[in-house]
Design a protein around this ligand. Sequence first.
Ligand code: HPA
Length: 245
Amino acid sequence: MLAIIGGSGLTQLASLDLIRREVVRTPYGEPSGALTFGRLCSQPVVFLARHGYGHTIPPHRVNYQANLWALQQAQVDAIISVASVGGIRADLCPGTLIVPDQIIDYTWGRKSTFHENSDEPVVHIDFTEPYDEAIRQRILKAGLKAGETIIDGAVYAATQGPRLETAAEINRLERDGADVVGMTGMPEAALARELGIPYAAINVVANFAAGRASSASGICFDSIDAVLRDAMGRVRGVLDHICES
Ligand code: HPA
């Protein structure tokens, strides 16, 4: 079964034929919300809204451990994360859809491993390639079928939030090699890898990153809502083809 973790702008999937909702308890506390089981193009799918169904959980307070554990309990065999980002690279303007292929982690203080009990051996996962290539290709193929242009490959910088970055911070991320910036990609991807669940992401560029818009001096929040509404509609269109790809 495929899992979809929806981010800002994607708190539900309209095309999901709802079967049931399930509140899952985990040793790590409460997930962001109930798991929503349903069918998407006749395949079983489970959906979870990362920030809660009322969008009340900020990026640094998301219980990533509980979310990933709950999805493992549901026996998912792949996870697609949908997350909005700021565009750093000049061609990644608002509305662009991207399947990233690398991550740089700038987050701190988040619980980023399932293996931290003192009576347990330390676990070092191989994270050279943080995203699962087969799932990445599946998303890209679904994009082709949906007639959507999706950029194949980008370096995702995960920042702590919840504030947006300064212009100098964005310049630093660019020097580091980052193409887009978001706040939820880590430790989600690493925890999925620890559990052995193939994981990949669709990033939606909501805004030019701080200091990168050519005209305005700051970030225009009104346009972010409109961009996300339109782009998440297109993401839903891609996901509608995911089971054929
Ligand atoms: N920075 C960090 N996270 C984001 C942004 C941004 O500009 N836009 C959407 N998520």
